[in-house]
Ligand binder design. Structure first.
Ligand code: FES
Ligand code: FES
Length: 155
């Protein structure tokens, strides 16, 4: 029997080589192209998705290690693109070229899930592995802080 993984709530049979990194499975097999390829070596964060709520680098995570786990990609973070982080991203006009931003948002979402009221230092420490070649770091930090405030008011 084929093994499967659950992506954004839907079960998908693993019909590829089990060594294939999740990023390739997402982009090439399922056409979830919101998750980006940056370095392919776990160094930049462009490919960040959640596995059971935790941020991981999908470029270095073989699909075979994810059987029956819950994967969330940027497409599944919210139903209508209206997660507090996505709203704060728009409000603060965070992206420049945009390439790194899905990974940034997914990493930020996993931070807020465990630390709903992070300090600026905690945000910077948590986000330091997500590289932005356009240098949008200040806006990213501001947007995460704003999203945390919004979530605390909405709770
Ligand atoms: S593409 Fe995965 S960390 Fe850079
Ligand atoms: S917005 Fe261009 S790499 Fe981050």
């Amino acid at each position: 029997m084929k093994q499967s993984i659950i992506i954004n709530g839907t079960k998908h049979e693993i019909n590829v080589d089990s060594d294939m990194p999740l990023l390739w499975f997402l982009r090439d097999e399922l056409e979830f192209t919101g998750t980006k390829f940056g370095c392919g070596k776990g160094l930049c964060g462009a490919c960040t998705v959640h596995v059971n709520g935790q941020a991981i680098r999908s470029c270095i995570t073989p699909v075979s290690t994810l059987v029956d786990k819950q994967i969330t990609t940027i497409e599944g973070l919210s139903e209508n693109g209206d997660h507090a982080l996505q709203r704060a991203w728009l409000n603060n006009k965070v992206p420049q070229c945009g390439y790194c931003q899905a990974g940034q948002i997914m990493n930020a979402a996993s931070l807020l899930a465990v630390n709903p009221a992070p300090t600026i230092e905690e945000i910077e420490a948590s986000m330091q592995g997500n590289i932005c070649r356009c240098g949008t770091y200040q806006r990213i930090t501001k947007a995460i802080s704003e999203a945390a405030d919004t979530l605390s008011k909405e709770a």
